[in-house]
Every structure is written in C-alpha cells, then in structure tokens.
Design a protein around this ligand. Structure first.
Ligand SMILES: Nc1ncnc2c1ncn2[C@@H]1O[C@H](COP(=O)(O)OP(=O)(O)OP(=O)(O)O)[C@@H](O)[C@H]1O
Ligand SMILES: [Mg+2]
Length: 241
C-alpha cells in the first residue's frame, strides 16, 4: 500500500502555495506545496522551529494558512462552513500528539470514546467502538485505567485508539514517540505501520532519523520550506533550494 510515489492514488490532502505568517515577520510556512496520497506513510523532519507542526495543523484544518489553499478529501477547506469543516475533520482526520492530550480522571474507554464525540454516535455505541479500538492497540486489558494509571507508551496507544476509533482516512501524528523510551516508541511505530498497512494514510513528524528513514517517504523542512522530498527506495529527487 505504501509504495511512493503512488501517483495513481487519489490525494487525501493537498497544500498549494500554503503560507503561514505571524506578526513581527515570522514566516512559519513559505509557499509549501505538498500532496499526500491515499495509503502513504510519510515522515516530516527538520530543525526545531522550521514549521513542521504548523504544516501538520494546517493539513489537519486545526489552523488556517495565511495564503494558499488546503484540500482535504477533495474539498477546498476555505469554502466550508465551521460545522461542515468540523464534520470533515471528524470523518477524515485523526490526531496524535507528543504529550498524548488525554483527559485526566477519565478512563481509557471514555478517552477513546471521546474520539467519536463529533461524529453523532450514541454513547453506548461510542463505548463499544472504543473497546474495539483499544483491542486494536492491544490495550483491552487497560480500559478502566485513568491516564495516571498508564505508562507513557500505554497513554500514547490510548491516544492512537482515540484517533483511529472514527476510522479516519488520514492520521496526523506530531512527534508521537517524542516523550517515550525507545521500546515504547518502537511499539507505537509498529502500530502506525500496521494501521498504514490496513489502509490509513499517515504523516508523522519526528526528530528521530532512524524512525524517519524506516518510513517510505521523507519530507524535509527548513525555515518554513520543503527542502527535500524523497522516498526510501530512491532518494534522487532533492529539491534545489
Ligand atoms: N502562534 C504563533 N505566533 C507566532 N509565531 C509562531 C506561532 N506558532 C508558531 N510560531 C513560529 O513559527 C515557527 C514554526 O513553528 P512550528 O511549531 O511549526 O515549528 P516546528 O518545526 O514544529 O518545531 P519543533 O520541532 O520545535 O516542534 C517558529 O519560528 C515559531 O516560533
Ligand atoms: Mg513542532
């Protein structure tokens, strides 16, 4: 599924000339063009402050570009009302963050069930699907544990279950292994590989070159620009700055 370039597959997300500027002359993104196609598993790498999270948030419609366009599942997101944008996000996109973002005091089942809050699914069904998603990340035995009763790796697996419970086409992960030890990080990356093999398109920001090199495609950032975009099989398409 993850062969790149998979030119025959439809784009899941497309950025065209996307910029993001902040007052004071900060250019977090400078005319970024990126197409991510169905079935891809790609790493986004680059120095701190180079614009990786900004791009992921723009791809996931958590943030809007200053100029340029973002298309998700074929929709130009700037043309959608807030409610249609929320529906698009709920149907198509899952997020995983470095520090898990789980709700304290709520058990794993409820944290995962919250991933369906905006999908119009009744509570009982949300909990049922949450238990299935926890089984998918092999945490069915931890459903009643609250975040303070889970290890870091387990917390991230709960967060992955929450992201995948709505069966998103696109999973966006911002340093998902950044707060984990090597062994837990390996388990998390194995899960992402499995999800990709079953059809989910995945973008992973990472500082870990070993992780990036193990993925089929690497997009490298510097100063708000993509400076290279390569597949592991053939790193021949360096972009000349
Ligand atoms: N709300 C904001 N206001 C002003 N500047 C911002 C804001 N958010 C981000 N920036 C700036 O935009 C640039 C890109 O930030 P971004 O968070 O995308 O970097 P990053 O590549 O994810 O870095 P890291 O690896 O440290 O997470 C940085 O220079 C940052 O200071
Ligand atoms: Mg970041």
């Amino acid at each position: 599924m993850s062969s790149w370039p998979s030119t025959g597959s439809p784009p899941v997300v497309e950025l065209r000339r996307a910029t993001k500027s902040y007052p004071g002359g900060v250019h977090a993104l400078r005319a970024v063009d990126l197409t991510v196609r169905e079935g891809e598993l790609l790493a986004v790498v680059g120095p701190s402050g180079s614009g990786k999270s900004t791009m992921l948030n723009v791809m996931g419609t958590l943030d809007t570009p200053t100029t340029g366009t973002v298309e998700v599942a074929g929709y130009d997101v700037s043309t959608l009302s807030d409610s249609r944008l929320s529906a698009l996000r709920a149907r198509h996109i899952g997020f995983v963050f470095q520090h898990f973002h789980l709700a304290a005091g709520r058990d794993a089942v409820d944290n995962v069930a919250d991933g369906l809050l905006y999908a119009g699914v009744p509570l009982k069904e949300r909990r049922k699907r949450a238990r299935e998603a926890l089984a998918q990340v092999r945490l069915d035995h931890r459903g009643s544990h609250t975040p303070d009763q889970l290890s870091g790796g387990e917390k991230q697996r709960v967060a992955i279950a929450r992201a995948l419970v709505g069966a998103p086409r696109l999973l966006l992960a911002d340093e998902p292994t950044g707060a984990l030890d090597t062994a837990s990080g390996t388990v998390v990356m194995q899960l992402l590989h499995e999800l990709n093999a079953s059809g989910t398109t995945i973008c992973v920001i990472t500082h870990d070159n070993g992780i990036a090199d193990a993925l089929p495609r690497q997009v490298r950032f510097r100063d708000g620009e993509i400076v290279s975009d390569a597949s592991s099989a053939a790193r021949t398409d360096e972009v000349t700055p």
